[in-house]
Design a protein around this ligand. Structure first.
Ligand code: AHR
Length: 333
């Protein structure tokens, strides 16, 4: 073997040694990292499908949930369905594909959820219903509900009408209801009627749906005013529609709160301001601020614990008769 070949071989041998040393060092490094156990607790991942952004109430609800998730250290996958059930179903399917720990959603309407919720159950993901309810033959598809007692809200509205009109021989009522087939629409209507039923002084002239939207509340009230000259009470299922209806009443030359008694549900700041100003007579509170409760229940479900079937928010009624009306603190929505 010549000198040149020997020199080449030596060079290759040295290079091999360098490569081996580098590989050993890399392996030793990896070994150290692998030996360290990751003790960071796994964050709970919650998929939440909001139904839309139709009102100040809904915006307050979304903010409450997003803020609460941050406070609780829950990872939130948030989807807004913009008032379309198909979009909510699609969002729930994406949460299942993503294998979130818990799914929560506020169902826009009550029917049509069984298939997608069966898929969630088959994937072993617990589902929490928030704000509104669903109609299902299989109650095991959901683990629980958090939100308001809408029937009770309707009853409170009816009780105010009874109080306000005591002494009147006949009372004509118009109702602007929420989204058809939604829980608040059904239950606020039923609770209200349960209080007035059997008292023939009351006539519900007509009930129309304003879909919880301000613009539709105005349109509905315009149509009602054109049809009936003797409306005594407006019962509106949310503040957004009420604000629209008040515009129509004023445009017709009438004074809301005086010519027509106004009863509304939610308790947005704008409605409380109008109650103080005498243009609304009664505000039944429906709070959107249950984000913290959702996070508490989500963590329990992710830990495999059971939760109560129904968790209701505490709610008040604000009326023109309240002695402390002017001292009401600022609202969060
Ligand atoms: O489901 C709750 C209702 O939905 C609120 O009363 C209303 O403002 C919203 O659109």
């Amino acid at each position: 073997m010549g000198n040149v070949n020997r020199a080449i071989l030596r060079g290759m041998f040295v290079m091999l040694l360098v490569i081996c040393a580098a590989l050993l060092a890399a392996c030793a490094g990896n070994g150290d990292q692998g030996a360290a156990v990751d003790v960071t607790p796994k964050q709970v991942l919650l998929g939440f499908s909001q139904l839309g952004s139709e009102s100040a109430w809904r915006l307050g609800n979304t903010k409450s949930i997003q803020d609460a998730a941050k406070r609780a250290g829950v990872d939130l996958m948030y989807e807004n369905a913009e008032q379309k059930q198909e979009k909510q179903i699609k969002a729930i399917r994406s949460f299942i594909a993503y294998r979130v720990d818990v799914i929560a959603f506020s169902p826009i309407v009550e029917g049509g959820w069984d298939n997608v919720l069966t898929e969630a159950r088959d994937a072993g993901i617990p589902v929490l219903i928030t704000d509104r309810r669903i109609k299902t033959v299989d109650e095991s598809l959901i683990t629980g509900f958090v939100g308001s007692d809408f029937y009770e809200e309707g009853r409170k509205a009816g009780q105010f009408v009874l109080q306000k009109t005591s002494g009147e021989s006949h009372v004509n009522i118009v109702e602007i209801s929420g989204t058809i087939d939604s829980t608040p629409m059904r239950q606020r209507g039923a609770g209200f009627r349960s209080v007035l039923a059997g008292d023939d002084r009351f006539t519900i002239l007509e009930s129309v749906s304003g879909d919880f939207l301000r613009s539709k509340g105005k349109e509905c009230m315009q149509a009602l005013l054109a049809k009936y000259q003797d409306i005594n009470v407006l019962y509106s299922h949310n503040d957004s529609m009420t604000l629209g209806a008040l515009e129509a009443i004023q445009a017709a030359g009438l004074t809301p709160g005086k010519d027509i008694v106004i009863v509304t549900v939610d308790g947005e700041q704008a409605a409380i301001d109008l109650l103080k100003a005498g243009q609304i007579n009664c505000v039944v509170e429906c709070t959107p601020l249950f984000g913290d409760k959702i996070m508490e229940l989500t963590k329990k479900l992710a830990a495999g614990e059971s939760i109560p079937r129904d968790t209701y928010s505490e709610e008040k009624v604000f009326t023109e008769f309240d002695a402390d009306l002017m001292d009401l603190p600022k609202r969060e929505y």
